[in-house]
Design a protein. Structure first.
Length: 208
């Protein structure tokens, strides 16, 4: 079970609204990048058995992620931010990921006192206090919870896109550059949700 050391330390310093952030979808060749933030109540303890299963979204299977998505959404304040593939192509995936995080924070009713986020970089041009934690989704409970919200939200979007563009198999690979996806990309060319600034897409000139 993931610990709450980071959160408890910030609570002990007087911070009350701590938002933890993570994103899903930096690497795919298609679809949006999605960020999510989760706010734990002051004094929170992991008591419920289901919450003890919270972990990095990449380490748990899809059905468990869906189950935990519901529990997290019911128990905590959650914000979600999305940047589509056109924005990614315009400003690059790195900046789009940060923009999605800002959108997730903006979806909250109140501005957090402190932000924890996964990764090696802080959010640029963000005026609030923040701390980035490398591999935070594997180490910090609330960041792992945010990773689950982001991953499930993005996977649901990609399944919807599968209904529009079934020939690519988005329901299976969620836009990542798998062998199946690359084969279908070569066969059909890119569709409107592909990231045209990404090499494997850019090299397929025909738009279907």
């Amino acid at each position: 079970m993931l610990g709450l050391e980071e959160e408890k330390n910030l609570f002990s310093l007087g911070y009350k609204l701590i938002a933890s952030l993570d994103e899903a979808g930096r690497g795919p060749l298609a679809g949006p990048v999605v960020a999510a933030c989760v706010i734990l109540p002051v004094g929170f303890e992991v008591g419920e058995e289901k919450l003890k299963l919270v972990a990095d979204s990449k380490k748990i299977n899809a059905s468990r992620r869906e189950e935990l998505f519901s529990v997290i959404s019911e128990q905590f304040r959650v914000g979600i931010g999305i940047c589509d593939n056109k924005t990614i192509d315009k400003i690059n995936i790195f900046q789009a990921s940060f923009l999605a995080m800002k959108k997730a924070l903006g979806a909250l009713k109140e501005k957090p006192d402190f932000v924890l986020l996964d990764g090696g970089f802080k959010i640029p041009n963000y005026t609030g206090e923040q701390k980035n934690i490398v591999k935070g989704d594997r180490l910090v409970f609330s960041i792992a919870a945010a990773s689950i919200i982001a991953k499930v939200t993005r996977d649901r979007l990609m399944r919807k896109f599968h209904g529009q563009y079934p020939q690519y198999g988005f329901d299976q690979h969620k836009g990542y550059g798998t062998k199946l996806h690359l084969a279908n990309l070569k066969k059909y060319g890119p569709c409107p949700i592909h990231r045209f600034s990404f090499g494997p897409v850019k090299n397929n000139k025909v738009t279907k």
